[in-house]
Each structure stands twice: as C-alpha cells, then as structure tokens.
Write a protein that binds this ligand. Sequence first.
Ligand SMILES: [Zn+2]
Ligand SMILES: [Zn+2]
Length: 287
Amino acid sequence: MCGLNGTIESQQLNDSIVLCKKHVDRETTTSCERCGDFICNECVQDLFNRQVCLNCHKNYGGKLLSDFQASLWGKRDGYVWMIGGIGSLMFFSQIVLWSVLAFQVIFDGNGLSGELWEMFILVLFSGLALGITGAYFLLKNWARKALFLFPLTGFVLALASFSDTPNAIGLSFVFVLLPLVFVISAYTNPQNKLAFRIEVSTEELETLFETTKSNSAAHNAFALSLLAFFLPPLLFLSLYLALRGRKNCDPEAWPPVGGMKPAQNALILTTLGFLLWTVILIFSARP
Ligand SMILES: [Zn+2]
Ligand SMILES: [Zn+2]
C-alpha cells in the first residue's frame, strides 16, 4: 500500500503507539471492526451496532443499505397484501349481500326487513371500510392512520353489544385486541413505512436488513405464527421456519445475520398456537 501505512507501522514499532489512519497525528486504541484499520474517535462510525471506519461506512454499509432501501421503496409488503386481501373479501361479500337483498325486494316483494336508518349506516360503514382498504392497497398515506378506525369501531360496537354485562369495557377490549395488535404492528413496521415511501432511521433499516434480507426464515416464521392461529396446519411450517431462523442467526458475520427476536417470538406464538388448538380439539372431541 502507500507510504502512510509504512509510517504507521514504523511508529507502532518504534513507540508502540497507534495512530488513526486518516488523522496521522492522533493516537488511538480503536480499530475498524470490518477492515481492521485504526480509527480515532472522530472517525468512528456505527454500522450494524459495530464500530467501523469512515471508508467502510460509506463504501460498504452505505451502498448495501441504500440498495436495500431502494429495493423496498414503494413496494407492497405483506401487510399491504393482507389488508388488500381482506378488502377484496369484504367487497365480494358485500356484492353477495346486496344481491340477495335486491333479489328479496324484487321477487318476494316483502320489502326490506329492518329500519331504513340501519340500512343507511350499514352502507356507510361498508363503503368507508372498502374505501380505506382500497386506498391502503393503492399505498395512499392517509389510509395507514385510517386503519385504526377498524379496531376503534369494533371497540364501540362491542361496547354497545356488551352494555348489559358488568365488565363491558374489559370484555370489549379483549374482543378487539387482536385487530389492534395487527394494526399497530403494521403501522410501526419499517418495511411497511418504506412501502408507503416514508423514510426510516438507519437503525430501523439495519434491523430490517438483518431480519428480512439475511434471515427471511425468521421473518416469515413470525408472520406465519400469527396466521397459524386461524389456520392450524400452518403451525408445523412456522415451527420449522422459527427453528431454522434461530439456527441462521450469526451476529459475527458481515453483514450480520439477525432475526433472533422474531424467531423467538415466532417460537412462543407457535407453542401457544399448538396449546390453543390442542385444547380446542380436546373440547370438541368430548361427547
Ligand atoms: Zn474499515
Ligand atoms: Zn481519525
């Protein structure tokens, strides 16, 4: 390499002091955790929770992360597809519902059962729900916040129907807990933010890279373990992926392979899923 290295090496040999590679007048004890060059406090950069030099941060980390961010910018993530799917299901069930009602009115001549204002509210609510899920699928930013209307409306409706029960508020909250968790996890998910073209912090981007890019097993295991609560055959797949995701983890690698947290969470949720469905099977098998 260049003469600078020679100077440092001779300095080290002569005085056993180490100098920053960039600022040759500064003593240091720190070295870059990627390339091993000596760096002073001013040169130290953070990348995947490790201390690296300016060069590695810019040329290696910067490019890796900006390419990764570009690959997710404006691309629909799992949450968008799931909510889009729920929206389409609602749309088709509305078509069936209104067709049946229209059929009754035309051929039975009975008129509609129920009050007119009830019909009006139903139309209003289903129109609103379809509008929000549709806008969400089209990646309109306001729809991310509007999604909170679903658990909120559910809470109000549950509260109204449990109004005679002594513990109405607690019961209503339990009722909407799962939708609320789903909406919050979508709202705070960095990949979902990138889908809606919202900037995320470097830390968020690094964590996302560690789980989705380098350990997709752990990432998918977590999503599957949520879904498996409703579709128990998926429990076996989420168990397999969670175990594989745990095995994949290698924080010493460059770039580091993370995903221990989602893999562990998936394992806990899968175990709970197995317990839940075992209880359900035992109870349903009883005469
Ligand atoms: Zn370096
Ligand atoms: Zn320096």
